[in-house]
Design a protein around this ligand. Sequence first.
Ligand code: SF4
Length: 211
Amino acid sequence: MYIPSLFDDLENPDKDLKNDSSKLKFNSALLEAKNCKKCQLSLTRNNVVFGEGPTNPEIMVIGEGPGEMEDLQGIPFVGKAGQLLTKIFESVDLKREDIYITNVVKCRPPGNRNPLPEEVEACRHFLQVQIESLKPKIIVLLGAVACKAILKNFSSITKMRGELILQDDQCFIPMFHPSYLLRNASKKEGSPRWLTWKDMQKVKKFVEKES
Ligand code: SF4
């Protein structure tokens, strides 16, 4: 299985993408993002963090933006929050390498602040191409920033986490962001970590049912 990391050789064929048109759009977005200067985040980034994972994923995960480690390595979710995310997948017997992971913005907001609305808009094209090309069965939205950027009707992460939402023929499920879970270590029944575990079980059941 071909796994694009940051900017792999674009001559390497993405055999798993659904068709030639999807492949062309995906690779063209990848190349465009590499040199993108459409927003001010380009001034402070070390690397553009486009995404990582298979090109035929059943599950896609979208966070808000790269952090320090991600910016340095050019790979999404490699810091502490990323390590926790990997453990969350493993808690329901999912493998990180089977899941496509990306963020709403592809460059690190300085000091890990939330991306500004104009930065989200400037970067939206890349996310749209990723979603349309990869066509996952379900998209996990991590935290309120990702939910607000994508869902037309979003109230709060506490109210909407774990809810399966169909929008424009694509299924989404909001979940707590792993950074929030790092600050809430309890695994007691009803705790954010416990709820996230239940939500991930729901994701797994959903993709199994759709297979
Ligand atoms: S965050 Fe997105 S729009 Fe802004 S410079 Fe990076 S790739 Fe371009």
